[in-house]
Write a protein that binds this ligand. Sequence first.
Ligand code: FCB
Length: 553
Amino acid sequence: MPRTSNPRARTRPRARGIASRRQGQERSQSKGSEMAAAARGIGVAAALAVLAALAPAARGVDRAEFPPEFLFGAATSAYQIEGAYLEDGKGLCNWDVFTHTRPGAIRDGRNGDVADDHYHLYMGDLEILQSLGVNAYRFSIAWARILPRGRLGGVNADGVAFYNRLIDTLLQKGIQPFVTLNHFDMPRELEARYVGWLGAGIREEYAYFADVCFAAFGDRVKLWTTFNEPNLVTKFQYMLGGYPPDHCSPPFGNCNGGGNSLREPYVAAHNIIMSHAAAVRAYRDRYQAQQGGAVGIVVAMKWYEPLTNATEDVAAARRAQAFETEWFLDPIMLGGDYPRAMRELLGSNLPTFTPEEQELLRHGRADFIGLNHYTAVYAKDCIASPCDLGTYEGNALVLAVGERDGVKIGGDTALNGFYVVPEALEPAIMYINARYKDTPVYITENGFSQWSDTSREELINDMERVNYLQGYITYLARAIRNGANVRGYFVWTLLDNFEWTFGYSMRYGLYHVDFDTQERTPRKSARWYQGFLTGDGSPTDQDEAPQALRADS
Ligand code: FCB
């Protein structure tokens, strides 16, 4: 079957999955509130049946349930949409080289050379973005467009000019830029020199890049995030393989790039955490007082429900979350150490923070936390019972499972192992709020995938995506009513795009993109989101054919 013929494409869905239950407290000061947050999570499974029974209309949610200053937007990333891969002085990035030299690693053998051609069509894209009624836009800056050869080459003025045009146009439209400095891409020269994030020299490179961006754009950009999903990307780069530089070793696989899955992900993560801290320190020391912005970090977060009530599975759910979000957030937000569950299982494979690093971390606390939340899964313990450990949660000795007693945790999406479980959003936010003492949270990604070979009718009249977004936003409103400190929400994504190892075979866009003509067509979900944001009618009831438009029209 073409859908599963690419082993990489199988690896990712099977491998991705996480959720949590607070147990075995490491930090007693927050124990009470975390347990309360966890207790709310116990209701998730029970609520599934109720939600499934509700008609979409019954789950309607109103913009007025959110504060007026709450950010609602859409998210994208540079490599996935920009194209123009060698234009105006841009240097090669890791994904340029990977997709060109290893087309077999991408499901459809394609690459991001052109993608959505957003580099040229950005004006039209920002118009369709504006038409949705959003007040924020999350995008990332291509490192190799700004510093084609890293710190030792010059700054590419044309690259800076592109993001200046983008930012200025957004502000003219009343849309706040929400900028990610690193979304999976880096200059190829640096990847070659440091093997990506493995060499400590990359910290200085990244800090320099961040500094250049703060200096160039910080007069207008007030919301920065240092990294997108470092907890996910390091696994696909150094543990499971699949993303450049494609390192892995048994039991996770045998990768082209070689590697050591038991050690490298943690070395890379350590360098990313310290790179984050260095960038935040630069912002605090040189820019924040004058520019008045904030810097955060975005992590991928699944919600884990224990598969059974057994103590082992409850502990597994807890452990899975420690290996997922807490891996990065504990050192960054709580100051200087990894979660105890990781230390216990990984021993000396997990780096330790030196006193100098701890000192820098004290200056590197993030102002806010971004959560990319798509799904929930059941967590099964793999300490007391045997499992396949070559998976996304294998390092935590946990297996993510989609069903309990033959009943799925939620509806399917195209991405295997990703289920529709909107109720899980609330305990996920509560958990993060409790553990990190009310640090503001943004939901920086949330979205629904379809296969490209779905019929055109279903691709455009994407009621499943409408239901997905409506469901998640409904539970977001509920979390806020219950006291969550959440400041914004971004749909992944504005436009269908290059979906990493899935190439163009998987679609998440509010707008359908014809990659032959670059025609953008609003889906029913775009109309729903617009209706929700502007209060304009009930778009899901509209029966007229969606209007196609070219991004440059
Ligand atoms: C997230 C990534 C984003 C996109 C979505 C579907 O892991 O941040 O680039 O691939 O998944």
